[in-house]
Design a protein around this ligand. Structure first.
Ligand code: AMP
Length: 416
């Protein structure tokens, strides 16, 4: 299958060829014709599946069929984080390079005036985080009158981050006649509720089981005592000559502490989390991408949607509280066909979390001990309760987004 056989114009096909894409990814093969048909779409897709091109390419095609009459925007793409907004906008700019389409991105944490100036010039596609978009609207810097297409990207994370009120306010301001596209990694009851109010007879798009991304990734567990984790990480970075490794911690303080310890150990490192200014986050990411920083230490929310091409190595310095976050984290490596390694440093007190993860991904991860770092307290070899396939959340959409006790997983913004 080719991009042109999906009905995309020559300019768009050329832009995908420039990116080295040979064939559409499974989500693209389903989403592109659905969006081109003008229908509402509800897609279960996580980062790494090619979902951004899955909605951007057909939106650009539809917009190109009629020129803009006013200042726009005609397509509004809402994302949960600033980094994701910037990345989605980079994709919009790349894919529209052979078209007259104009686009912009707005998010909080940076000055609002330059964003107002950009909007005043007129544009077709606007990528935004909800809070800043509301501010701009309240200051009459943006009008929603011409919005033809709305995208909620990573809708589950938007709800987790508390954006539901802003989203509902924005929805109430949009023209009633429009196309709605909802992309979400999980379909929890809250997302279904949002979808019911938002989408009109949607085409449902779902690519294979939610953990397929993880199959290309070589995963392992390093049992180690908590107090030895930093030393083991330093050793692994050095022994394996890792030049670019993304490391996850559970808290912002943990990220700062680890970064300092690695730096003291002679390993260049930077932290990226919610307490850092936008400038500091952008700089850390740029230094990491340029190879000036070997280790990027991130919290879950900060790392969400980070698109770093061919990231070979991801390390969980601590396991996430929510098993689904493990899948998101390791999805940073082995993206779109590349293979990658994900390893987790796990101390005995994290045994329960490990069991939850192994239950979700339906496999036991191989344990590897490193000489000199053998833990005093061993990890359980097998998850205690064997996964019951009839209740596996992979197959039961109603279970998605729930933790092992059946409750909707709650994440505090304070840990982001
Ligand atoms: P996304 O899921 O949108 O974050 O995309 C993940 C990564 O896959 C990005 O680096 C894209 O550039 C890349 N990608 C998207 N579509 C394709 C494709 N059809 N073939 C190869 N790579 C792709």
């Amino acid at each position: 299958m080719s991009f042109s056989s999906l009905g995309l114009s020559e300019q768009l096909v050329r832009a995908t060829t420039d990116q080295g894409y040979e064939t559409p990814s499974p989500i693209q093969a389903q989403a592109i014709p659905a969006v081109l048909s003008g229908k509402d779409v509800m897609a279960a897709a996580q980062t790494g599946t090619g979902k951004t091109a899955g909605f951007t390419l057909p939106i650009l095609q539809r917009l190109s069929e009629n020129p803009r009459s006013g200042k726009g925007p005609r397509a509004l793409i809402l994302t949960p984080t600033r980094e994701l907004a910037a990345q989605v906008h980079d994709s919009v700019a790349l894919y529209s390079r052979y078209m007259p389409t104009k686009s912009a991105v707005v998010f909080g944490g940076v000055k609002i005036n330059p964003q107002m100036m950009k909007l005043r010039k007129g544009l077709d596609v606007l990528v935004a985080t909800p809070g800043r978009l509301m501010d701009l609207h309240q200051q009459n810097a943006v009008s929603f009158k011409e919005v033809e297409v709305l995208v909620l990207d990573e809708a589950d994370r938007m709800l987790d981050m508390g954006f539901i009120r802003d989203i509902r306010k924005i929805l109430a301001l949009l023209p009633a006649k429009r196309q709605n596209l909802l992309f979400s990694a999980t379909f929890s009851p809250e997302i279904r509720k949002l979808a019911t109010g938002l989408l009109n007879n949607p085409v449902q798009v779902e690519v294979a089981a939610r953990n397929t991304a993880a199959e290309k990734i070589i995963q392992s567990v390093y049992p180690v005592d908590q107090s030895q984790k930093t030393a083991l990480l330093s050793k692994l970075v050095r022994d394996n000559a890792w030049e670019q490794v993304l490391v996850f911690t559970r808290t912002k303080h943990g990220a700062n502490r680890l970064t300092q310890k690695l730096e003291r150990d002679g390993i260049t490192a930077a932290a990226i989390h919610g307490n850092k200014s936008q400038g500091a986050r952008t700089r850390a990411l740029a230094d990491f991408k340029a190879g000036e920083v070997r280790v990027l230490v991130a919290t879950d929310i900060a790392a969400r949607g980070l698109d770093i091409k061919q990231l070979p190595q991801v390390v969980n310095f601590e396991l996430p509280n929510v098993p689904e976050d493990y899948v998101h984290r390791i999805g940073r490596t082995g993206r779109a066909g590349e293979s990658g390694h994900a390893l987790s440093l796990v101390s005995a007190d994290e045994g329960k979390m490990l069991a939850g993860i192994e239950k979700l991904i339906k496999k036991q991860l191989p344990r590897k001990e490193v000489e000199g770092f053998e833990p005093r307290n061993n990890l359980p070899l097998k998850p205690k309760a064997k996964a019951d396939p009839s209740r596996a959340r992979t197959n039961n959409p109603n279970n998605r987004g729930r933790n092992s006790s059946g409750n909707r997983s709650s994440r505090s913004r304070a840990t982001a």
